[in-house]
Design a binder for this molecule. Structure first.
Ligand code: HEM
Length: 525
């Protein structure tokens, strides 16, 4: 996940972090080993004889290199999942260098694995991120923590975040940021050569997402949507990009090279910038809280105040968690919004249905609120379908650390690493007929048979699922409904956009330009 996330971030600067799809294992893999334990269910008849991982087809280094660099999958890693499934079926092994992982590439196997997930699920070795925290004595966050410590941390973090009613409390904060996005869209249209075009929309949405998640986490605005981004904020944005860009060389190169080659130093400098910025805002909030406490005033505030007032967390743990929430909450949301707008711009029927729904629920000049979203099933379906077609986490992993497990009739000893091919699974036509078509209605609860829920689980599953899901959804719903209410989005027939259309990369191309035509029929409503 860290690498997936890193991958999507790095793609922003046009560079891929990972050389191949199951290279999540680069960060996550632990070697498989061990012997069957008596706790594993045994086959009832000799016909059901359990096979082992040795019975699985195996992808070796040579084949992988051929696919990546000769067949050109290097830049279409998500499509490689589909191709590999055609070649090997729904379950196979990858053994490339030190990477060993069992790949699950069908909805049935995915469901089987996740239903057998452990009490404290693990995605694997996170040392790429934990090294810096260890160096500076900063606590681990929800991404990097493991075991019972992770569980206790999530228990604190989940509160005020994960329940749909929790996210409603951030509605006003998010809507303030949406207002600034809308102002910016008006400004960019006005200054564009056609008078209605927004260039490099992906970058604008990145700024929106960073401002949105920062305003929730820091309880303050950081100026990403201002015409001139404040120097400190720009440095923070650059630090995020720098940390992600140098993740791959740092992960690949041996530790002894760290003092000789420049990569590790730059990687660490990225982290320094991220934490310097985060710590400054957190300390400002701490001072404000302390002042109120000293003068016997009530301590008010939202998420950060809640974390800081929580006696179960030390300040260093708050730093670690806030930084990880921030890093996880930017590209994920902005890319999904980008793809949603991209898809809507190409389908006037879907866009019109969405517009009708928003206008019905929020008539006149009213601004959609967090509560209004409850009467917009089509809006939710649009986001769900976007995430099915363009899942921002196309690949994820689990390590069964504690117990042996049987999946798909195969026995796997504990510590086996599994790679889950979410992209290919959400493209499977058995679960989603006409998978390449944008059909939000698949997700409506209007009596139709709904797809297998494991067919598309963009936020993951179970207790280790995305902690920011409700916030991400709120941001996307409020921004998209307001935009659709004000503008009709149309594609721009520029050459650059063809790149996104070809889906050569899963991350929205940052050069995508769209036209925002002001709705003329607003008065009629
Ligand atoms: C469209 C937006 C988003 C998508 C699709 C998404 C998706 C995911 C996925 C697939 C996972 C892994 C779940 C698993 O392993 O089962 C995850 C984990 C996580 N996400 Fe998100 N995410 C999004 C937005 C956010 C936001 C806005 C935040 C922060 C507020 C966030 C914070 C996290 C954290 C901290 C984790 C690690 C949780 C843990 O390991 O306990 N995400 N996300």
């Amino acid at each position: 996940m860290v690498v997936c996330l890193a991958q999507s971030m790095v793609q922003r600067s046009g560079r891929w972090l990972l050389p191949f799809p199951t290279a999540l294992s680069l960060v996550y893999t632990r070697a498989a080993g061990g012997t069957p334990s008596p706790s594993v269910a045994q086959p009832s008849t000799s016909q059901d004889k359990i096979r082992t991982e040795d019975d699985l087809p195996r992808i070796k280094t040579r084949e992988m290199l051929y696919r990546l660099y000769v067949q050109g999958y290097y830049k279409r890693l998500h499509e490689l999942q589909v191709y590999e499934k055609q070649l090997y079926g729904p379950m196979y092994k990858i053994g490339v260098g030190s990477i060993n992982s069992v790949v699950l590439n069908s909805v049935e196997l995915l469901e089987e694995l996740l239903r057998k997930d452990e009490r404290f699920p693990s995605r694997g070795d996170m040392s790429l991120w934990t090294d810096y925290r260890d160096l500076r004595g900063i606590g681990y966050g929800p991404f990097t923590e493991e075991g019972v410590k992770w569980y206790n941390l999530r228990t604190v973090l989940n509160k005020r975040m994960l329940h749909p009613k929790d996210s409603v409390q951030y509605g006003d904060v998010v809507n303030e940021v949406v207002s600034d996005l809308i102002k910016r869209i008006y400004h960019l249209r006005r200054t564009s050569p056609t008078g209605d075009r927004v260039n490099n929309l992906s970058n604008e949405l990145y700024r929106f997402s960073l401002e949105g998640i920062s305003s929730i986490l820091f309880e303050t605005r950081i100026g990403c949507l201002e015409e001139e981004i404040p120097v400190e904020t720009q440095h923070f944005i650059d630090s995020i990009a720098q940390m992600f860009s140098y993740s791959l060389p740092v992960a690949m190169l041996p530790k002894w090279s760290r003092n000789i080659l420049p990569f590790y130093g730059r990687y660490i400098a990225g982290w320094e910038g991220i934490f310097k910025f985060s710590v400054k805002f957190i300390e400002m909030k701490m001072e404000a809280i302390q002042k109120r406490v000293d003068t016997n005033q009530e301590v008010e505030g939202e998420y950060l105040t809640y974390l800081l007032s929580n006696t179960k967390m030390t300040n260093k743990e708050v730093y670690g968690s806030v930084a990880e929430l921030l890093l996880a909450g930017v590209d994920t949301t902005s890319n999904t919004m980008m793809w949603a707008m991209y898809l809507l711009s190409r389908d006037s029927n879907v866009q019109n249905t969405l517009y009708q729904e928003v206008s019905r629920c929020v008539p006149g000049d009213n601004i959609p609120s967090a509560q209004d979203v409850n009467c917009m099933p089509y809006l939710k379906a649009v986001i769900k379908e976007t995430l099915r077609m363009y899942p921002v986490v196309p690949l994820n992993s689990r390590i069964m650390a504690e117990k042996d497990v049987i999946i798909g009739g195969h026995f796997f000893p504990k510590k086996t690493s599994f790679t889950m091919c979410h992209y290919a699974i959400s493209q499977d036509e058995k679960t989603f007929p006409e998978p390449s078509k944008f059909k939000p209605e698949r997700w409506l609860r209007d009596g139709r048979v709904r797809p297998n829920p494991f067919g598309s689980i963009p936020f993951g599953f179970g207790v280790r699922g995305c902690v920011g899901r409700r916030i991400a959804e709120l941001e996307m719903y409020l921004a998209l409904s307001r935009i659709i209410k004000l503008f009709e989005i149309r594609p721009d027939p520029s050459i650059r956009e063809v790149k996104a259309l070809n889906r050569s990369v899963l991350v929205a191309d940052r050069q995508v330009n769209l036209h925002f035509l002001e709705r003329t029929d607003k008065a009629a409503l």
